[in-house]
Design a protein around this ligand. Structure first.
Ligand code: NAP
Length: 568
């Protein structure tokens, strides 16, 4: 028997640290940890002790004889990793905490309240003489765990439990509903805190730069995700076309451009039935609108081939379990580059890519069987196709694409062939983009805050700005899930502690005790831990009535009304 890691894996490495035989890889100190889609248990060395099960924050690990039928493909996905990874059973990673002076205190401001921010805060507040003040412009914490993770992935939201332990620590303070840049400037933070860490994510969408991008019915995945997850800035903005909108398009089809995990989230949420979604914490306004939606087919359009598809194998294989939704792949779409075909033939292909191709071929094997079953809902994968225009006069009627071909490993170029796909909805899921933070350096080309080892520099490759740090997507760009952001947050915390220990932090000129009053005087309706706990309790209580995890409050007004109920 062995244990098996399944779809919700968040790569945070907690399991690695407790495994007594080091059978979970890649470990944080192995080269491919930062790029691995998930972690894998070596069935040959697992001793079934179960320590990893207790430690996993998202409940992703099972003994192989307790796997659901839906999770059985993960037996092979775990084993496949060890086809081309010869791991030596060395010691698992343990993060080194610099020794900090016991006679001095440090107060750190963290801007942002998502995973990178929380993992940094946890590492910092592990140290008694360090305290953290966390700022977020929303009245609710947890960043993309609340506003990004798809509602039908509740296990992934399990990481909130560890964040909730950190937020209750005595050396942790919330300043929620406070916009840094509006209610307090960066300079005001810098003069009050020994270190300021920005972990503000990458909240914007990227543009395709093609005609028709702004037609009604075309919208970025960032907006759709924020809307269905109840982000207050998107509460009143239903991006779906009105059900009665006159359209010459095939009203039942949506096209999603890009094939990352966000594209798969969007495809599932567009198609899942109302009953499935009603059991989640999806925003009620989205549930009502999706129940009215005519969409029956979602075409996921990737500009490169299957071998470079951006979705992870875990998310891809899990599509097979969706109730009433078929995954449709025409075998003719699964064209490989010459080099990948050669590596596949001689067994030298990277195991993650080989698994991706195997899974796609398994879906494609059902293509003929699904032909004609058009009354069922379906996710159709297309590859090697780039959009050149979103068509329509007053609203979206479809997408015009050019067919691509491989020119080198991983690189494609357009051919002369074009084709049209009719659709009433086009979701552009081509990645997130960071935006400048007022008062601190920004690398406009990469849309990140420039840094060296989490220390902010005054430009790309420039000098370190003492006391200023960055973590998460605004440091690295918008790739990698919770596990990668854990590493990034912990690296930033280690850099702060090392600089504290080495006397490299500037001495604050002022006390930070006035921050809540200062921001209130500028119009912020400050929410602290009590206010957030009131929101949390109200949402959970509302959820309990309907058997849901929570029912989200979605407008600033209702969130503030609950958070500030006793006037504080
Ligand atoms: P992503 O993984 O970077 O995918 C972006 C997609 O957009 C890729 O398919 C990319 O193609 C395509 N694209 C970019 N520019 C394009 C253009 N001009 N024309 C056509 N296609 C274009 O980004 P994401 O899906 O937004 O996800 C962000 C991160 O969050 C990822 O690391 C993802 O794994 C993670 N995430 C994880 C989960 C989960 O674990 N369940 C859920 C959601 C998100 P190319 O590959 O050719 O560039």
């Amino acid at each position: 028997m062995a244990h098996v890691i399944t779809r919700p894996c968040c790569n945070d490495g907690s399991c690695v640290e407790v495994c007594p035989v080091n059978c979970i890889h890649p470990t944080p100190d192995e080269d491919d940890f930062l790029t691995a889609e998930m972690l894998y248990i070596d069935p040959a060395t697992c001793i079934d002790c179960g320590a990893c099960i207790d430690e996993c924050p998202v409940g992703a690990i099972y003994p192989d004889d307790e796997l659901d039928a839906a999770d059985e493909p993960f037996l092979q996905i775990n084993a496949d990793y060890y086809n081309d990874h010869d791991v030596d059973g060395g010691l698992a990673h343990s993060s080194a905490v610099p020794r900090v002076p016991s006679d001095r205190t440090l107060r750190v401001a963290i801007v942002g309240a998502g995973p990178a921010a929380f993992y940094a805060a946890t590492a910092l507040t592990d140290i008694r003489q360090v305290s953290v003040d966390m700022f977020d412009r929303l009245p609710t914490p947890y960043g993309l765990v609340r506003a990004g993770v798809a509602p039908d992935h509740p296990k992934t939201k399990g990481v909130e439990t560890s964040f909730a332990r950190t937020e209750k620590r005595r050396n942790f303070t919330y300043h929620l509903n406070v916009d840094v840049g509006t209610h307090i400037t960066h300079d005001e933070l810098a003069e009050r805190y020994g270190a300021v860490l920005y972990a503000v994510g990458a909240p914007h969408d990227r543009h395709l730069g093609i005609p028709g991008e702004d037609l009604p019915g075309s919208f970025p995945a960032t907006e759709f995700v924020a809307w269905y997850n109840g982000h207050p800035e998107f509460a009143g903005r239903n991006p779906l076309p009105a059900a009665d909108r006159p359209s010459t398009a095939d009203a039942g089809r949506a096209v999603v451009i890009g094939n990352g995990n966000v594209a798969l989230d969007v495809a599932r949420v567009l198609l899942e039935d109302g009953e499935t979604l009603a059991a989640t914490d999806i925003a009620d306004h989205a549930l009502a609108a999706l129940n009215e939606s005519p969409i029956r087919e979602v075409v996921v359009m990737g500009r490169r081939g299957i071998e470079n598809a951006a979705f992870t194998n875990a998310e891809f294989v899990s599509l097979a379990d969706l109730d009433g939704i078929d995954v449709v792949i025409d075998p003719a779409e699964l064209v490989l580059s010459d080099s990948t075909q050669r590596a596949l033939d001689d067994g030298s292909l990277d195991s993650t890519i080989a698994t991706k191709i195997r899974l796609a071929r398994e879906f494609a094997a059902r293509f003929d069987e699904l032909d004609g079953l058009d009354e069922r809902r379906r996710i159709v994968f297309r590859f090697l196709a780039s959009p050149v225009e979103i068509t329509g006069d007053d609203a979206v009627t479809g997408v015009r694409c050019v067919r691509n071909e491989y020119t080198a490993p991983g690189a494609v170029a357009p051919t002369a062939e074009q084709f049209d796909t009719a659709a009433s909805v086009v979701v552009r899921s081509v990645g997130y983009r960071g935006r400048p933070v007022p008062g601190i350096p920004f690398d406009a080309e990469r849309a990140v805050v420039p840094s060296t080892d989490a220390r902010v520099t005054d430009g790309p490759g420039g000098d370190v700005v003492p006391g200023l740090y960055v973590a998460g997507w605004i440091r690295r760009g918008p790739t990698g899930g919770i596990g990668r952001n854990r590493m990034c947050g912990e690296e930033a915390a280690a850099a702060i502690l090392a600089d504290f220990a080495g006397g490299a932090l500037p001495e604050p000129a002022k006390s930070a005790d006035d921050v809540a009053d200062l921001v209130a005087a500028r119009g912020a309706r400050h929410v602290g831990i009590d206010g957030w706990q009131r929101i949390d309790a109200a949402e959970r209580a509302a959820g309990k009535e309907g058997g849901r995890r929570r029912v989200k409050l979605v407008t600033s007004e209702e969130l503030e009304a609950v958070a500030l109920a006793d006037g504080t």
